[in-house]
Design a protein around this ligand. Structure first.
Ligand code: SF4
Ligand code: SF4
Length: 189
Protein backbone atom coordinates (compact mmCIF):
# COMPACT_ATOMS: atom_id res chain seq x y z
CA UNK A 1 0.00 0.00 0.00
CA UNK A 2 2.80 2.40 0.92
CA UNK A 3 4.37 1.71 -2.52
CA UNK A 4 1.21 2.95 -4.24
CA UNK A 5 0.99 6.05 -2.10
CA UNK A 6 4.64 6.77 -3.04
CA UNK A 7 3.84 6.39 -6.74
CA UNK A 8 0.78 8.61 -6.28
CA UNK A 9 2.93 11.44 -4.87
CA UNK A 10 5.35 11.08 -7.83
CA UNK A 11 2.51 11.10 -10.34
CA UNK A 12 0.88 14.14 -8.76
CA UNK A 13 4.17 16.05 -8.69
CA UNK A 14 5.00 15.32 -12.34
CA UNK A 15 1.98 17.32 -13.50
CA UNK A 16 2.40 20.19 -11.05
CA UNK A 17 3.59 23.53 -12.48
CA UNK A 18 7.36 23.88 -12.03
CA UNK A 19 8.77 26.60 -9.76
CA UNK A 20 12.08 26.53 -11.59
CA UNK A 21 12.68 29.31 -14.10
CA UNK A 22 15.13 29.18 -16.99
CA UNK A 23 17.89 31.76 -16.94
CA UNK A 24 18.00 34.12 -18.67
CA UNK A 25 14.25 34.31 -18.96
CA UNK A 26 13.00 34.80 -22.48
CA UNK A 27 10.58 37.70 -22.58
CA UNK A 28 9.99 37.76 -18.83
CA UNK A 29 12.62 38.90 -16.34
CA UNK A 30 13.20 36.83 -13.23
CA UNK A 31 11.73 38.66 -10.24
CA UNK A 32 13.20 38.55 -6.76
CA UNK A 33 11.40 39.18 -3.49
CA UNK A 34 11.48 42.85 -2.42
CA UNK A 35 13.57 41.90 0.63
CA UNK A 36 16.23 40.14 -1.52
CA UNK A 37 19.78 41.27 -0.70
CA UNK A 38 21.59 41.89 -3.98
CA UNK A 39 24.21 44.37 -5.14
CA UNK A 40 24.96 47.28 -2.79
CA UNK A 41 24.21 50.90 -3.59
CA UNK A 42 25.81 54.09 -2.26
CA UNK A 43 23.02 56.63 -1.93
CA UNK A 44 22.91 60.38 -2.51
CA UNK A 45 21.14 63.37 -0.97
CA UNK A 46 18.50 65.06 -3.19
CA UNK A 47 21.11 67.55 -4.51
CA UNK A 48 23.45 64.74 -5.65
CA UNK A 49 25.99 64.94 -2.80
CA UNK A 50 27.02 61.55 -1.38
CA UNK A 51 25.60 60.24 1.89
CA UNK A 52 28.68 58.17 2.72
CA UNK A 53 30.85 59.90 5.33
CA UNK A 54 33.75 57.44 5.01
CA UNK A 55 33.42 56.26 8.64
CA UNK A 56 34.37 52.63 7.76
CA UNK A 57 31.76 51.13 10.12
CA UNK A 58 30.55 48.93 7.26
CA UNK A 59 34.09 47.66 6.66
CA UNK A 60 34.69 46.94 10.36
CA UNK A 61 31.44 44.99 10.79
CA UNK A 62 31.85 42.91 7.61
CA UNK A 63 32.53 39.28 8.60
CA UNK A 64 34.09 38.52 5.20
CA UNK A 65 36.43 41.52 5.08
CA UNK A 66 34.88 42.43 1.74
CA UNK A 67 34.75 46.24 2.08
CA UNK A 68 37.60 48.71 1.72
CA UNK A 69 37.14 52.43 2.47
CA UNK A 70 39.53 55.36 2.39
CA UNK A 71 38.12 58.71 3.49
CA UNK A 72 39.14 62.28 2.69
CA UNK A 73 38.10 65.75 3.84
CA UNK A 74 35.47 67.82 2.03
CA UNK A 75 36.02 71.50 1.46
CA UNK A 76 33.95 74.07 -0.39
CA UNK A 77 36.00 73.77 -3.58
CA UNK A 78 36.11 69.97 -3.58
CA UNK A 79 32.86 68.89 -1.90
CA UNK A 80 31.42 65.38 -2.41
CA UNK A 81 29.28 65.21 0.75
CA UNK A 82 27.56 67.82 2.93
CA UNK A 83 29.59 67.00 6.06
CA UNK A 84 33.25 66.94 7.02
CA UNK A 85 34.39 63.81 5.19
CA UNK A 86 33.50 61.54 2.29
CA UNK A 87 34.72 58.19 0.95
CA UNK A 88 37.52 58.92 -1.54
CA UNK A 89 37.87 55.17 -2.18
CA UNK A 90 35.06 52.67 -1.68
CA UNK A 91 35.29 49.05 -2.84
CA UNK A 92 33.27 45.88 -2.29
CA UNK A 93 34.81 42.54 -3.21
CA UNK A 94 31.99 40.29 -4.41
CA UNK A 95 34.32 37.29 -4.43
CA UNK A 96 34.16 37.57 -0.62
CA UNK A 97 30.73 39.06 0.13
CA UNK A 98 28.19 36.62 1.58
CA UNK A 99 25.28 39.09 1.27
CA UNK A 100 24.53 38.98 5.00
CA UNK A 101 23.49 42.66 5.13
CA UNK A 102 25.43 43.50 8.32
CA UNK A 103 27.13 46.41 6.55
CA UNK A 104 23.84 48.14 5.72
CA UNK A 105 22.67 47.70 9.31
CA UNK A 106 25.88 49.32 10.60
CA UNK A 107 25.78 52.34 8.29
CA UNK A 108 24.82 55.41 10.38
CA UNK A 109 23.64 57.56 7.44
CA UNK A 110 21.73 55.01 5.32
CA UNK A 111 24.38 55.70 2.69
CA UNK A 112 24.70 51.99 2.03
CA UNK A 113 21.70 49.87 1.06
CA UNK A 114 21.22 46.72 -1.00
CA UNK A 115 19.31 46.47 -4.25
CA UNK A 116 17.58 43.46 -5.85
CA UNK A 117 20.28 43.20 -8.54
CA UNK A 118 21.51 39.59 -8.57
CA UNK A 119 23.40 39.33 -11.87
CA UNK A 120 26.89 39.56 -10.43
CA UNK A 121 28.62 36.63 -12.13
CA UNK A 122 31.98 37.48 -13.74
CA UNK A 123 34.84 35.62 -15.37
CA UNK A 124 37.70 37.16 -13.36
CA UNK A 125 38.38 37.99 -9.72
CA UNK A 126 39.34 41.56 -10.63
CA UNK A 127 35.93 42.26 -12.12
CA UNK A 128 34.27 41.09 -8.89
CA UNK A 129 35.81 44.06 -7.09
CA UNK A 130 33.27 46.86 -7.46
CA UNK A 131 34.53 50.40 -7.14
CA UNK A 132 32.72 53.51 -5.92
CA UNK A 133 31.74 54.42 -9.49
CA UNK A 134 30.05 51.00 -9.86
CA UNK A 135 28.16 51.35 -6.57
CA UNK A 136 27.01 55.00 -6.56
CA UNK A 137 23.30 55.58 -7.15
CA UNK A 138 22.46 57.19 -10.47
CA UNK A 139 21.70 60.92 -10.55
CA UNK A 140 17.97 61.59 -10.68
CA UNK A 141 15.99 64.78 -11.41
CA UNK A 142 17.32 67.75 -9.40
CA UNK A 143 20.67 66.08 -8.64
CA UNK A 144 24.00 67.52 -9.80
CA UNK A 145 27.15 65.39 -10.03
CA UNK A 146 29.64 66.28 -7.24
CA UNK A 147 31.87 68.06 -6.50
CA UNK A 148 29.70 71.11 -5.78
CA UNK A 149 28.51 73.27 -2.88
CA UNK A 150 25.61 72.20 -0.67
CA UNK A 151 22.38 72.85 -2.57
CA UNK A 152 19.99 71.98 0.28
CA UNK A 153 21.19 74.72 2.63
CA UNK A 154 24.27 76.89 2.94
CA UNK A 155 25.76 75.27 6.05
CA UNK A 156 25.42 71.85 7.71
CA UNK A 157 22.78 73.17 10.11
CA UNK A 158 20.55 74.40 7.28
CA UNK A 159 21.29 71.34 5.14
CA UNK A 160 20.03 68.81 7.66
CA UNK A 161 17.34 70.99 9.28
CA UNK A 162 14.78 70.03 6.64
CA UNK A 163 15.11 66.27 7.04
CA UNK A 164 11.75 64.47 6.77
CA UNK A 165 10.29 62.47 9.66
CA UNK A 166 11.55 58.89 10.01
CA UNK A 167 10.25 56.63 7.25
CA UNK A 168 9.34 59.50 4.88
CA UNK A 169 11.22 59.90 1.58
CA UNK A 170 13.49 62.93 1.35
CA UNK A 171 11.76 65.14 -1.24
CA UNK A 172 13.59 68.40 -0.55
CA UNK A 173 14.22 70.50 -3.64
CA UNK A 174 17.80 71.78 -4.12
CA UNK A 175 18.21 75.54 -4.53
CA UNK A 176 20.84 76.62 -7.04
CA UNK A 177 22.91 78.78 -4.69
CA UNK A 178 22.33 76.58 -1.63
CA UNK A 179 21.68 79.69 0.50
CA UNK A 180 17.97 79.19 0.98
CA UNK A 181 16.64 76.38 3.15
CA UNK A 182 14.13 74.66 0.83
CA UNK A 183 10.50 74.31 1.80
CA UNK A 184 9.77 70.82 3.13
CA UNK A 185 6.96 69.36 0.95
CA UNK A 186 5.36 67.66 3.98
CA UNK A 187 4.69 70.99 5.82
CA UNK A 188 5.92 72.22 9.20
CA UNK A 189 3.93 69.91 11.47
S1 SF4 B 1 26.68 41.94 2.88
FE1 SF4 B 1 27.87 41.03 4.62
S2 SF4 B 1 29.62 40.06 3.63
FE2 SF4 B 1 28.74 41.44 2.10
S3 SF4 B 1 29.89 43.34 2.32
FE3 SF4 B 1 28.08 43.53 3.65
S4 SF4 B 1 28.75 42.80 5.68
FE4 SF4 B 1 30.28 42.12 4.17
S1 SF4 C 1 28.74 53.29 3.70
FE1 SF4 C 1 27.99 53.99 5.70
S2 SF4 C 1 29.13 52.78 7.22
FE2 SF4 C 1 30.23 52.60 5.26
S3 SF4 C 1 31.79 54.20 5.31
FE3 SF4 C 1 29.99 55.06 4.28
S4 SF4 C 1 28.81 56.08 5.92
FE4 SF4 C 1 30.28 54.69 6.92
Amino acid sequence: MSIFSGFWITLRTIFRRSFTQRYPQQGKELVTAARYHGQHQLNRWPDGLEKCVGCELCAWVCPADAIYVESAANDDINRYGPGERYARVYQINYARCIFCGLCIEACPTRALTMTNEFKLAADSRESLIYHKSDLLAELTVGMVAPPHVRLLGFDEQEYFAGLPPTGEPDKRIPSLDGRRAPEPPWGDS
